[in-house]
Design a protein. Structure first.
Length: 429
C-alpha cells in the first residue's frame, strides 16, 4: 500500500513538473529544441550520399542506423549536403555531436549496418583518408567510428562474413579491419543481427522506466520473424540452388539480406528495412519478394521508411495494404528515388484508406520532371527529417530541418499526429 501511494505521488509530482516546465516548441527558423527524457527522436540525416538515421531513445540510449557514403558521382547523384567541404561520414559525426551536445562526450550505444552497400555503410575511394591509428580507410561508418565512440555494432555478417558466399570485396575488408582495431583497442562489441529477437537492441540507461518501448528484429539474411516468440523462417534459396545462367535480377543480391526492424513505443510504431526488395522484375522468381513475408510479421505502423529509397522494386501492394502508414519517409540520393510507380502506390486510397504524408530528403530536378504534378503532394522536398515522438508514444510530429548548413534550423513542423495504437504483428499473422 505504501509503495502504491509513493508511486501515485511520484506521478503527480512529474505531472506538475511537466506542466510548469513544458518542452520547448519547435519554431520555424530556430534550431530544433534539445531531446528531453521520455521523448523518442529519429533523425533521418541527409548528406546526399546515402542513408543514415540517428535514434535517441526515451531513456537517452543512442543508435545509428547506417552511415551511407556512396562513391558514385555524376548526374545520377544529388549534390552533397550541406556541402562538399567535409566527407559524408564527417558530416554525420558532426550532426550526432550537435544533437548530443548536452553530453560531456557523444556516444553511440548501438550502430546497425543494414547491409553491405556503400550508400549504407560507406564506400572508400582513392581519396579516402587513412585512420592515423587503425590504418583503415575512412568512409561512412568507419569515419563515424573514428570520431565518435561506438559501444556495440550490429550487422548481418559477423563474425565470418561468409553468408551466403564469402564477402571478400575491398569495402567489407576495410570495414572488418575497422572492427578488428576497434574491438582490440576501443572495447567495441560486435554482434550478428538475429531475426526474431526483441532483446538485442534494448534501452541501456533506464529500461525500467519505459516498459512500453521495444525493438523487434524482423528479418535478416532472408530469415523473417514468424510472429511467434523468436521463431523465424528462411524465405531464400541457398546460393548453390540458383542456376548459373540465371539473369542478374534472378540471383541473390545484397539487398535481399537487409536487416529489418520495427520500433514500438506505446501506441507508436516505426519501420525501417534497408534495401529490402518487394516488387519483382518481370519473370523473376517469387522468393525475391521479401516485403510480403516481412509485412505479415510487422503489421500496421505509423511511420514507414521506404525500402531501397523508393526505387522501382520497393513498396509492393500487399506491403502497403498491411503497413498502412500515415507517414512515408524517403531517404533519396538519385533521380530514381522514388520511382513513379512507387509513388502511385504510396498515395493510392485503393490500397488503404485515410490521409498520409510523404517526406523526402532530396527531390532532384530530374525526378520533378518525370513526376510532374505529383511533386505537389509531398509534405517536404528537401532537408533532414526528424520524427519526434511525445513521451509515452501517444503522438508524434515530423520536423523538417534545413540541410544547407550545420545549424539545421527548423523549416517546417507537421502534426501532431495521433499514434494509431493497433497491435502490430499479431493482427497481421
Amino acid at each position: 500500500m505504501r509503495d502504491s501511494v509513493r508511486s501515485v505521488t511520484a506521478v503527480l509530482w512529474l505531472a506538475v513538473f511537466l506542466f510548469a516546465h513544458p518542452a520547448p516548441a519547435q519554431e520555424v527558423g530556430e534550431p530544433l529544441p534539445d531531446w528531453s527524457a521520455g521523448t523518442l527522436d529519429i533523425h533521418h540525416i541527409n548528406t546526399g550520399r546515402g542513408e543514415a538515421a540517428l535514434l535517441v531513445l526515451p531513456d537517452g540510449t543512442t543508435m545509428l542506423v547506417d552511415a551511407g557514403a556512396t562513391a558514385r558521382t555524376g548526374p545520377r547523384v544529388c549534390a552533397q549536403k550541406p556541402d562538399s567541404s567535409r566527407t559524408p561520414g564527417r558530416w554525420i559525426a558532426e550532426y550526432i555531436r550537435r544533437v548530443l551536445k548536452q553530453r560531456d562526450e557523444p556516444l553511440l550505444d548501438y550502430a546497425l549496418i543494414t547491409h553491405f552497400h556503400g550508400d549504407h555503410m560507406g564506400q572508400p575511394g582513392a581519396n579516402s583518408a587513412v585512420s592515423a591509428a587503425g590504418g583503415y580507410l575512412l568512409s561512412g561508418i568507419t569515419e563515424v567510428g573514428e570520431n565518435i565512440k561506438i559501444n556495440k555494432i550490429l550487422d548481418r555478417g559477423w563474425p565470418d562474413y561468409n553468408y551466403p558466399l564469402p564477402l571478400d570485396n575491398e569495402m567489407v575488408a576495410n570495414y572488418r579491419k575497422f572492427l578488428d582495431w576497434q574491438i582490440s583497442r576501443n572495447a567495441l562489441v560486435a554482434e550478428r543481427f538475429t531475426a526474431g529477437r526483441d532483446d538485442q537492441i534494448v534501452l541501456v540507461h533506464d529500461r525500467g522506466s519505459y516498459p512500453k518501448f521495444s525493438v523487434r528484429n524482423i528479418a535478416v539474411n532472408g530469415h523473417v520473424w514468424t510472429g511467434e516468440g523468436a521463431g523465424t523462417k528462411n524465405h531464400l534459396p541457398a546460393a548453390g540452388d540458383i542456376p548459373e545462367d540465371a539473369d542478374w535480377e534472378d540471383q541473390l543480391n545484397e539487398n535481399m539480406f537487409s536487416t529489418v526492424l520495427k520500433l514500438s513505443y506505446g501506441k507508436f510504431d516505426y519501420y525501417t528495412g534497408g534495401d529490402l526488395p518487394g516488387y519483382q522484375w518481370p519473370g523473376a522468381p517469387a522468393w525475391g519478394d521479401l516485403e510480403t513475408p516481412v509485412a505479415k510479421a510487422v503489421g500496421a505502423v505509423d511511420v514507414h521508411v521506404l525500402d531501397h529509397h523508393g526505387f522501382v522494386d520497393a513498396a509492393n501492394e500487399f506491403f502497403l495494404r498491411t503497413l498502412r502508414p500515415r507517414v512515408h519517409i524517403i531517404q533519396s540520393w538519385s533521380p530514381g528515388h522514388p520511382a513513379p510507380g512507387v509513388y502511385r502506390r504510396l498515395v493510392s486510397r485503393k490500397l488503404y484508406p485515410g490521409p498520409r504524408e510523404l517526406f523526402i530528403t532530396n527531390f532532384m530536378d530530374a525526378t520533378r520532371i518525370v513526376m510532374g504534378y505529383a511533386t505537389e503532394n509531398f509534405a517536404s522536398s528537401q532537408g533532414h527529417i526528424v520524427v519526434r515522438v511525445a513521451p509515452g508514444g501517444g503522438s508524434y510530429r515530423v520536423i523538417v530541418l534545413d540541410d544547407s548548413d550545420a545549424i539545421c534550423r527548423v523549416k517546417s513542423v507537421h502534426g501532431p499526429y495521433e499514434a494509431s495504437g493497433e497491435r502490430r504483428g499479431e493482427a497481421a499473422r
